[in-house]
Design a protein around this ligand. Structure first.
Ligand SMILES: [Fe+2]
Length: 243
């Protein structure tokens, strides 16, 4: 009886570990925007952007954040900036596999000066399913993005071009900038997949299909005999359920 209970716990442990790996709670891409991307963004900011008080994009308590954000009068310039960000995001398979992105809204550019911060808060549900922050610079102290994950605070160290994507329902904050200023791109993404179980299945199938090569088959029976083809069928079936 005791052995059986122990065995059960062990099996549960394996299942739990597998589930957590499939349900990875944040994605870091170390070199997301290239130096050219960042130069292009700064050029547009400098030529067409106006820095305004960041509180325009939050309707909660007054002192929850102290930062600035860009406003564009020229919508064409704003679109060009969005194109730089999303053209780059589109090259990152890991981002698409993590979010199963349906669409993203236009990015927000924020600047947190020395003494600036963003205290613990939740992004409103209507923003989307995933939040992404990309650092535009790293010549500052402090300014870490802090996420509440698995009952602890995870601090993400700033690095120019690095992105962090996490579920929008993750409580988070930006620690105080103690020297220099922190510039970041922030945007939100709607996902095709809302259900956590579906997401776990999709990510698991993707992990498997990335390890297999789908072939060219002469007959359908031959195709049905190949695990790569079977996994592809399941992946498409899951997407068909949500798209
Ligand atoms: Fe936020």
């Amino acid at each position: 009886m005791v052995e059986s209970q122990e065995g059960q716990r062990e099996v549960s442990g394996v299942v739990e570990r597998t589930r957590k790996e499939k349900m990875k709670d944040h994605l870091v891409i170390e070199e997301n925007l290239t130096p050219d991307d960042i130069n292009g963004i700064y050029y547009i900011i400098d030529q067409f952007g106006n820095w305004v008080d960041g509180s325009v994009s939050y309707s909660g308590t007054d002192d929850i954040k102290k930062n600035l954000q860009i406003q564009f009068v020229d919508q064409y310039a704003y679109q060009k900036l969005s194109d730089i960000v999303y053209n780059r995001m589109d090259t990152h398979r890991r981002f698409h596999h993590f979010t199963v992105a349906k669409n993203s809204n236009r990015p927000l550019i924020t600047r947190t000066p020395t003494g600036g911060y963003y205290k613990p808060h939740n992004d409103v549900a209507s923003c989307g399913d995933f939040s992404t922050t990309i650092y535009l610079n790293d010549e500052f102290e402090g300014g870490e993005l802090c996420l509440w994950l698995n009952d602890e605070e995870i601090k993400i160290k700033p690095k120019k071009g690095k992105s962090v994507t996490y579920k929008t329902d993750t409580p988070h904050r930006v620690s105080e900038v103690t020297e220099g200023h922190r510039d970041a791109v922030v945007f939100w993404t709607y996902s095709f997949i809302k259900d956590p179980f579906d997401m776990m299945m999709y990510r698991g199938l993707t992990e498997v299909s990335d390890r297999l090569t789908i072939g060219t088959y002469d007959t359908l029976a031959e195709a049905q005999d190949d695990p790569a083809f079977i996994i592809d069928t399941l992946q498409q079936a899951l997407l068909r359920k949500v798209i």
